[in-house]
Design a protein around this ligand. Sequence first.
Ligand SMILES: [Zn+2]
Length: 359
Amino acid sequence: MPFRLRNAGATFQRLVNKMFKEQIRDTMEVYIDDMVVKSKNAADHVKDLDQVFNELRAYNMKLKPSKCNFAVSLGKFLGHMVTRRGIEVEPWSLYTDGASNDNGTGVGLVLKSPQGDTLAYSICYEFKATNNESEYEALIIGMTTALDLNIIHPEVNCDSLLIVNHVRGTCEAKDCKMMAYLEIVKKLQSKFGSFTIRQVLREQNIQADALVSVGEVSRQMNISNIPIIHILKPAMERNEEKHSVMDIEEGEHHSWTINGLLQRCLEKGEYGQVLRDVHDGDCGNHTGGRNLSCKILKMGYYWPTVKQDPIEYVKRCDACQRHAPIIHQPSELLHSSIPSWPFMKWGMDIVGKMPPAPG
Ligand SMILES: [Zn+2]
């Protein structure tokens, strides 16, 4: 081993690839020490197995009987389902949850792969919906995401019994909105190879449920990103260390954005200068409030009121107010008045002496 055990996996894979070069793809699949012998016809299976055993014997390799399974017509292999139809990807689980209140609708999605990878989404809708509608929205966005990720056999877990029953067809959707939602779900369902949906208890759906709350809170507090900080040690042990996770330099706080950008957290006396420089400094172009706040965030600065302050700053900028585009639209709609009899109201505007018409 030239690099000790670091390339043991790759070396072993090369060995098995060489050993079974005749069988791989045809009657065998090998991934390091996981092997599956497959046959199109049951009658050929013993012959195919015999070939594999001969190869193993020739290279003096042994298999552990307790880890071998024979005559398996259906089973899991490296995150794939071996079925009579062939080898397919094992279902992925999808957990959805939706909740709604006066401020809007929130959706949480958790996608779990058979290999244990997890994808989490927290989605905010800027419109009001009932709880059932928000559950449908969660299911639809979950199915769309699964399709985008090329998941063809999703296993959907939803905590709304009503929606599960609608999709399974055990209960009829009566409300016209529910019927419209169900139709979208059915259309999406037809695009999957297989589709299973089951109802889970709220306690089993805590991750998706928590993501809904994260979305809700960030919207209510007008926060565009919530940094997630992993603290490895309890406070008494952390105090002994010189710097915490957020401290980079003495007296300066930094935080990482969700995109991996390092932002410097400014204190009260500091951000006025940043606002001035970005808005009307040498390269400032007097942009609007929201644009200005995005520009500041992109430049790597952050403070808790970074969304509101630029809007207020632009309102106070003299140049922005003087050169703002003039709105020619009347402030209210024009009203037409209908006279009760002809010439009830009429006006005349004479500008000057009227020239006599020629001829
Ligand atoms: Zn300005």
